[in-house]
Design a protein around this ligand. Sequence first.
Ligand code: SF4
Length: 249
Amino acid sequence: MKIPRRAKTRPARRRRSPAKPTPERARRILDRLEEAHPDARCALEHGNAFELAVATILSAQCTDERVNMVTPGLFARFPDAAALAAAPPAEVEEIIRSTGFFRAKTKSIVGFARGLLERHGGLVPRDFAAMVKLPGIGRKTANVVLGHAYGMNEGIAVDTHVLRVTNRLGLAEGDDPVKVEAQLMKLVPRARWTRTTDLVIFHGRRVCDARRPACGRCTLFDLCRWPSKQAWANGDKKPPRRAKGKGTR
Ligand code: SF4
């Protein structure tokens, strides 16, 4: 009896999981961003650490350009922590009104100034733990101030641009800034932490826009892991729908 030959069956193809982010890929991305945006810098105008902290608090839900319009008047009237701590809230509110959420922001910056005066003699401490204990100061603001005013690499400030761009690139995953910061800090050498924020923010503003990313002219196209990048590069009218929680913001 002829025994039928068993049909050769191919082993089921395993779906490849997206490549894990590596320090090497992060390095290549940052090197290219350095080339593309050599002028990347903190866009908030400031003369010292106190001014930068106040400007950073005011920049929440507001453009840096708008903050830069308001701060010269604010610092002319209240030039240091002592002056701002004693400021009449109504007057501060009026000056910063155009930055939005002006009542809450007034509380934050006056509270910050009072905290500085009471705990640090009016000077911004060069210490991350002490910074984040001050009213109005979170991890992002502390990182921005320590990084740009004092040249200290204590962390990577994660704002909406950093969240979006690093998720798309596949360097980080999720929309929790603290978790994303921790993921990035594992990939990027400490000496580049502050610079990472500036470069990624500039790339987010100039190229990797939230609504209309210019993937077709992006220097990171081959290194980017965003599934929709090809559609955007092709100039498709209707790019793929957002995949929830996958860094498409
Ligand atoms: S290829 Fe597109 S999604 Fe990826 S970083 Fe560049 S602009 Fe952003």
